[in-house]
Ligand binder design. Structure first.
Ligand SMILES: [Zn+2]
Length: 268
């Protein structure tokens, strides 16, 4: 199963001030630092309306306030509020309305690079579709599912329901990574996670470890304990005990060696 999530981080209107300014709360992970001045689309019963994220101007903040990340209570969405203009009447904005980023497709000076909202994770869904297209004319023993999941940004929920339905022997979550070739990363030159560096294969995060069953013990590396035992190399995945094998043995393209569990392998 190859799964990309098709939801994106967004917001919900939680209150509308008498002035017409809308208060919002995040749906998914947002860092308020990146919000000020952003254009958002507020989706109401009357249609879609442009809004701009505002706050008290820095000129009006105390020294202490300037050092802090803004609290959500300090942020509002301006839909055009002004004396003599009834925002609620004009837009219908109310509590519970969804708000999404406004980020049209743009191409940078480097024509290979593009800016648009929700790369995370339109790109994963597109990759799942491309995989299915490529595999359509390929002989293989597997039954392959391409899945576009929902509610990833609020708790990885869609992937769990899909896994329950499909019950795959092996599942790949297709998602974006972090390019570490931007200013601020130490050792960026030697880090394989960079733009154009190829796909990364994440073997673990803080909630999951890749099952050792997936590795055959034919590796060359010494164990950290120095016992002479070898660290296993990934050679091919073994179906989870009890899982259906009706689709035949799986033979995904694992990397030629298991990188350290906390690192990301990059294939070019
Ligand atoms: Zn994602």
């Amino acid at each position: 199963m190859f799964a990309g999530h098709m939801d994106e981080v967004a917001f919900m209107v939680t209150d509308v001030e008498k002035s017409g300014h809308a208060r919002i709360r995040p749906l998914g992970g947002w860092w308020p630092h990146v919000l000020l001045g952003q254009r958002l689309t507020v989706r109401t019963d009357k249609g879609d309306f442009m809004g701009v994220v505002g706050s008290k101007p820095p000129h009006e903040l105390t020294d202490e306030e300037r050092k802090k990340v803004l609290d959500w209570d300090d942020i509002f969405v301006d839909l055009g509020a002004a004396d003599g203009f009834d925002v609620v009447e004009a837009t219908g904005v109310q509590r519970g309305d969804f708000v999404v980023p406004h980020g049209p497709w743009e191409t940078l000076a480097n024509k290979n690079l593009h800016v648009v909202k929700a790369w995370d994770n339109r790109v994963g869904c597109a990759l799942a579709v491309d995989l299915l297209k490529e595999l359509r004319n390929t002989q293989h023993p597997n039954t392959v599912y391409g899945v576009a999941t929902v509610q990833e940004e609020v708790g990885l929920r869609g992937a769990q329901t899909c896994a329950q339905m499909v019950k795959p022997d092996i599942a790949f979550a297709l998602d974006v990574g972090i390019a570490k070739d931007t200013p601020g990363f130490k050792g960026a030159d030697s880090n394989p996670e960079k733009l154009g560096g190829g796909p990364g294969l994440l073997l673990m995060d803080q909630t999951l470890m890749g099952t050792p069953v997936s590795c055959a013990s034919s590796g060359r590396r010494r164990s950290r304990r120095g016992s002479g035992a070898t660290r296993p190399r990934c050679r091919g995945a073994v179906p989870t005990p009890g899982a259906s094998t009706s689709a035949g043995p799986a033979s995904p393209a694992w990397p030629s060696a298991c990188p350290a569990a906390t690192s990301t392998a990059t294939a070019r």
